[in-house]
Design a protein around this ligand. Structure first.
Ligand code: NAD
Length: 490
């Protein structure tokens, strides 16, 4: 289907531009606004209200006022709201996909994939909401009873990044609704439009006023700062970079807030000589190129056994060079632009540094000329193990390949990072899969799989990749606290 300028304009006009506070879309208290751009053209897509500290606190007032009643709302009712929102998003899947493509740049096919993936968190947590078990037991001494029940943590601040505008929001909002928490959501200023449409859809699905408040704005810290300093807030859930996560953890300490931190990654992609190399290349393309490499799970270091490194690199480079960069709204495009010029400069600086250190660009290696922030899909061969590009999150369509000779060496290289989010392992040997998984210091392992995200699985990392899990049965626990009642025998 061709996306016409009229279709884009009509969709953009349907997106609320205000702050969502206590069920109403409002202007900012100082009348301030900010623009949202299309990274494929640099043009302005929409102008939104920019929240002040005062607005952020008004959002917390609304969340706090709604918390008591929301906690008492039957789980079945909360579950039904999530399920209705899931159905509405499915009906509007094309709108959500196009909106993400416009503000974030990813090709439409990928944006559609994100709608399916992101929406699953609403369905999953609509099912989890009614299976929130407690326990009742006799004390070990045989006298008296213990009753344990889950309760919502209380008002939460949810801060999301720009790279997966729908999924990063549903992964937090879904379990918060299921657990009975109220929320202040602060989307990334580069891609706030999807959250605006998502919030409007939740209201339509019956979410009561004040349960979800959305405050986008130019200055992240002037929104999060006063909210986190307010004792009515009980939790912060953040997805974004490790440096910002560290700062928020320090701020959270003052109020002893519960925290969930989904931070950066530096995923190793291990290819052993017994792997099916064609499947490994297919997995590498998915693990590297999903979202143009702008993913925390993106394969960042390709560690390939020396005996197959040449063949793997050649096949991988062929696949990368057959991609078609272009605006995501064009069906032929298989790679979108990077989010902004700074992101593209950062990627190129890492490539230039690696090449200066002796790496060879087998394909790509340069920004692409023309409008938007496009970077050529790149494979770098012969990357020295101490190159900066192997330490930093690349966040772009660049694949550095390096080699190992033994399993022990592969594990040591994979673990040589302060990050521990996603990892990938390609081998036909199941015993090796278990051995490596046991020793690898990563929260997630893709075994012969280049994509590992699923609403039913606990997503998250170890080391500096964060704290807590999103999805699975673990996801709802992040928004629950336990209360124990000690009952004296009659
Ligand atoms: P970022 O840390 O710059 O921003 C994330 C969010 O934090 C945005 O909403 C931003 O406005 C806000 N923010 C920035 N500075 C802040 C401050 N001082 N106080 C309060 N809020 C602040 O990250 P990004 O560039 O939007 O996203 C990319 C990063 O996110 C990468 O490091 C990526 O690995 C990570 N990420 C992690 C996961 C995960 O699940 N682990 C998922 C997606 C992205």
């Amino acid at each position: 289907m061709t996306i016409t300028p009229e279709r884009e304009a009509e969709l953009l006009a349907s997106v609320p531009t205000g702050l969502l506070i206590d069920g109403e879309w409002r202007d900012a208290s100082d009348g301030g606004t900010f623009d949202v751009h299309d990274p494929a053209t640099g043009k302005v897509l929409a102008t939104l209200a920019s929240a002040t500290s005062e607005d952020a606190l008004a959002a917390l007032d609304a969340a706090d006022a709604a918390q008591g009643q929301w906690a008492l709302t039957p789980a079945r009712e909360r579950s039904n709201i999530l399920r209705r929102a899931f159905d509405l998003i499915n009906e509007r899947a094309e709108d959500f996909a196009l909106l993400m493509t416009l503000e974030m740049g990813k090709p439409l096919a990928e944006a559609r994939g994100e709608v399916t993936y992101g929406n699953e968190f609403l369905r999953w947590f609509s099912e989890e909401a009614v299976r929130d078990y407690g326990r009742y037991l006799t004390t070990p001494e045989g006298k008296n009873k213990i009753l344990v029940q889950n309760k919502p943590v209380g008002p939460c601040l949810l801060i999301t990044p720009w790279n997966f505008p729908l999924a990063m929001a549903t992964r937090k909002v879904g379990p918060a609704i299921a657990a009975g928490c109220t929320m202040v959501l602060k989307p990334a200023k580069l891609t706030p439009l999807t959250s605006q449409l998502f919030a409007a859809t939740l209201l339509e699905a019956g979410l009561p006023a004040g349960v979800l408040n959305v405050v986008s704005g130019k200055s992240a810290s002037s929104i999060s700062g006063p909210v986190m300093a307010d004792p009515r807030l009980r939790k912060v859930s953040f997805t974004g970079s490790t440096p910002v996560g560290k700062r928020l953890l320090k701020d959270a300490a003052d109020n002893v807030l519960r925290t969930s931190m989904e931070l950066g990654g530096n995923a190793p992609f291990l290819v052993f000589d017994d792997a099916d190399l064609d499947k490994a290349v297919e997995g590498a393309m998915a693990a590297k190129m999903r979202n143009m490499g702008e993913a925390c799970t993106a394969a960042n270091r390709f560690l390939v056994q020396d005996t197959v490194a040449e063949e793997f690199t050649r096949k991988f480079a062929e696949a990368m060079s057959s991609l078609t960069p272009g605006r995501g709204t064009e069906e032929a495009s298989t790679v979108g632009p990077l989010i902004d010029s700074g992101a593209r400069d950062d990627v190129h600086a890492l490539v230039s540094d690696a090449v200066a250190a002796g790496a060879v660009a087998v394909t790509g290696g340069e920004p692409l000329a023309g409008d938007g922030y496009f970077y050529a899909p790149t494979v770098l061969g012969g990357v020295p193990n101490d190159a900066e590009i192997l330490r930093e999150e690349i966040f772009g369509p660049v694949a550095p390949v390096t080699t190992f000779s033994t399993e022990e060496e592969a594990i040591a290289l994979a673990n040589a990072s302060e990050y521990g989010l996603a990892s990938y392992l390609f081998t036909s040997d199941y015993a090796r899969m278990f051995r490596v998984a046991e020793q690898i210091e990563f929260g997630m392992v893709g075994f012969n799989a280049g994509v590992i995200s699923n609403a039913a699985a606990p997503f998250g990392g170890v080391k500096q990749s964060g704290l807590g899990r999103e999805g699975g049965s673990e996801g709802i626990a992040e928004y629950s606290t336990v209360q124990y009642i000690g009952i004296a025998d009659p």
